[in-house]
Design a protein around this ligand. Structure first.
Ligand SMILES: *[C@@H]1O[C@H](CO)[C@@H](O)[C@H](O)[C@H]1NC(C)=O
Ligand SMILES: *[C@@H]1O[C@H](CO)[C@@H](O)[C@H](O)[C@H]1NC(C)=O
Ligand SMILES: *[C@@H]1O[C@H](CO)[C@@H](O)[C@H](O)[C@H]1NC(C)=O
Ligand SMILES: *[C@@H]1O[C@H](CO)[C@@H](O)[C@H](O)[C@H]1NC(C)=O
Length: 333
């Protein structure tokens, strides 16, 4: 009878069992420890990068407040400061039949960001409200309407703003960018800004559809000196006539290109600027080339924006965000 080795007894197997057990527990926990420490390192790293990391580590369904919290992470400090420092009155020329289907979308989108927002129409409407100009509808009365509206603004709101923007009911304005541009300008200079057009006028003028903004001094001259000036007649194409009038009373067309020569005011829709696909008439009015590279990242206006597109622009500019990308400021003046 062969003698069993001490390593081959039930007692030995019992000890092997214990050893294997201990080994798996410690080995496994060592592995787990390493797993967790790596994980917490990367968590720490991400936490440093992204303060709202704790929201990411939770499932969205566990965190119904996610949307609210994300909103709080928006920082509009600079825009709020500019809202007080660069006061802009916006006035929009519209028509009674546009109010419900068109003009309302100006009121609920970009218009609400102006320091003062006024709507002018041929007749008053206390509900909307619109101010009645007592001038008939129609293209040929546009200059007359514009002159009267600026007079009303001068008489009633001269001290409520430093800059006075005229826009159509199909112009979309990124008001924060307008203030950012105007921040470096002096409202006591006789100047107005917009998209520079050069057809039908030697001096050039700012497009009506792209919207233009008068300095306080430009507004004062228009209303006080305008009536005495030969060129301030109330007939013809609105923007051309306004340009001639303003030129005669010493108000110049200011440059609105950014430091890289890119455009901020646009008399056409964004798609057409981006693709550089212009209507024939547009090419006659401007030397703009178009293309994504020609467009300022601090663009201010677009024109022919229909009501639904206005709501779309509102969504694309102020609501949608590519997740995980925090937008920075650009040092472009
Ligand atoms: C405004 O919208 C209403 C309802 O969709 C429509 O019946 C009406 O014809 C529109 N008015 C104009 C002036 O387009
Ligand atoms: C005045 O405006 C209100 C509100 O937008 C609108 O419901 C109403 O039809 C307008 N009245 C007239 C006479 O256009
Ligand atoms: C603005 O222009 C006026 C007159 O041109 C000048 O007196 C004033 O100092 C200027 N202000 C600034 C802040 O440059
Ligand atoms: C553009 O200007 C040219 C030259 O003045 C003219 O012949 C042409 O008809 C204009 N095109 C449009 C679409 O206005």
């Amino acid at each position: 009878m062969s003698r069993r080795s001490v390593f081959d007894t039930p007692k030995a197997y019992f000890i092997y069992g214990i050893l294997i057990g201990l080994f798996s527990v410690f080995g496994m926990s060592g592995y787990l420890l390493e797993f967790f420490s790596t994980d917490s390192q990367s968590m720490n790293y991400l936490n440093g990068v992204l303060p709202q990391m704790d929201f990411i580590s939770k499932r969205k369904s566990d965190n119904p407040e996610l949307a609210v919290v994300n909103k709080k992470t928006d920082d509009d400090t600079l825009a709020k400061i500019l809202e007080e420092k660069v006061r802009v009155l916006c006035w929009v020329l519209t028509q009674p039949k546009h109010l419900e289907n068109k003009t309302i979308h100006v009121k609920t989108t970009w218009g609400k960001r102006c320091n003062v927002l006024l709507f002018f129409s041929s007749v008053p409407n206390q509900t909307f409200p619109t101010i009645g100009l007592g001038v008939p509808e129609g293209r040929k009365y546009l200059v007359q309407k514009t002159m009267k509206a600026f007079r009303y603004v001068y008489e009633n709101h001269f001290y409520d703003a430093d800059w006075f923007l005229k826009a159509d009911d199909d112009t979309f304005v990124i008001v924060e960018n307008l203030r950012y541009f105007l921040m470096d300008q002096n409202a006591t200079n006789p100047v107005y800004f917009g998209q520079h057009f050069h057809k039908y006028s030697d001096k050039g003028y700012n497009s009506g559809g792209a919207g233009y903004v008068l300095s306080k001094e430009a507004l004062r001259r228009l209303v006080v000196d305008g009536p005495e000036a030969n060129d301030c007649v109330v007939r013809g194409a609105e923007d051309v006539r306004m340009g001639d009038c303003l030129a005669e009373i010493g108000v110049r067309v200011g440059n609105t290109a950014d430091a890289l020569g890119r455009s901020r005011f646009h008399a056409i829709i964004p798609e057409h600027v981006i693709l550089g696909q212009f209507m024939a008439w547009y090419e006659n009015f401007t030397s703009a080339k178009g293309g994504m590279e020609s467009l300022s990242h601090y663009a201010i206006t677009f024109h022919y924006v229909d009501p639904m597109a206005m709501q779309e622009m509102e969504y694309f500019i102020y609501h949608i965000r590519p997740y995980g990308i925090k937008r920075g400021m650009l040092n472009i003046n």
